[in-house]
Design a binder for this molecule. Structure first.
Ligand code: URA
Length: 222
């Protein structure tokens, strides 16, 4: 079957279509040992060999979409050189999948995995403003003033956060919905208003909800 090279690269899970175009422009993509320069190039998925930076791309069998209830103590990375526990160790997929965004080591909850580069890009690209919902548990006072500040933007070290949806859901729990994803953003937002985070859990990413999925359990979503 003939398909556009950038589509093939994205569907192999290597990266998004947009990134694939950049790789082609940067002369990183080889088809049957010939460097490809044309963005619109089509390839024969049965017979052509596509190589990027020494990696031979496999023809994707099917797209995979998985959600994990990540436990604390696991880092979100594909390759772990220092043999710390990594979320990818909890995924028993034959095909290569990668996480859509990150949760830091001490954060638990909803983490998505796929081999669909375009879908991952859609979910992660900052311009798409996809909402992510977190539950913060704290032993600090949750005052109206702190909620107001969190809603309207706080300084997390040279960056003022965008508007967020914030509500107190019990004496010591807050729900925070952000549409951006700076490193450790929720923890840094809480720190900026003197809210001590005891536990942080993501319960929703876009319109995908963690629901009753148990810790360490995986489920297919689509
Ligand atoms: N914000 C954080 O502080 N940590 C995460 O893992 C995700 C968002």
């Amino acid at each position: 079957m003939l398909v556009r090279l950038n589509k093939f690269i994205a569907e192999s899970g290597y990266c998004s279509r947009r990134k694939a175009d950049e790789l082609i422009k940067n002369k990183k993509v080889y088809v049957n040992d010939v460097c490809i320069l044309e963005l619109g190039t089509k390839i024969d998925t049965e017979n052509d060999k596509v190589v990027i930076d020494g990696n031979i791309l496999k023809k994707p069998q099917e797209n995979i979409y998985l959600m994990l209830n990540k436990p604390k103590g696991y880092i979100t990375t594909n390759k772990e050189q220092f043999s710390r526990k990594a979320t990818i160790d909890l995924i028993k997929e034959e095909q290569r999948v990668f996480p859509i965004g990150r949760l830091d080591k001490d954060t638990e909850g909803l983490l998505l995995f796929t081999n669909d580069g375009d879908f991952a890009n859609l979910m992660m690209h900052p311009s798409h403003l996809i909402e992510k919902t977190y539950i913060v548990e704290t032993d600090s006072d949750i005052t109206k003033e702190k909620i107001y500040k969190l809603k309207n933007g706080v300084d997390i070290g040279g960056y003022i956060t965008r508007e967020a949806k914030v509500r107190k859901i019990s004496k010591n729990r807050l729900e925070i919905v952000i549409s951006e994803g700076k490193n450790r953003q929720v923890r840094r937002m809480c720190q900026a208003v003197d809210i001590n985070v005891i536990n942080l859990k993501r319960i929703k990413y876009g319109n995908i909800e963690l629901g009753n999925l148990k810790l360490r359990r995986l489920q297919i979503f689509n």
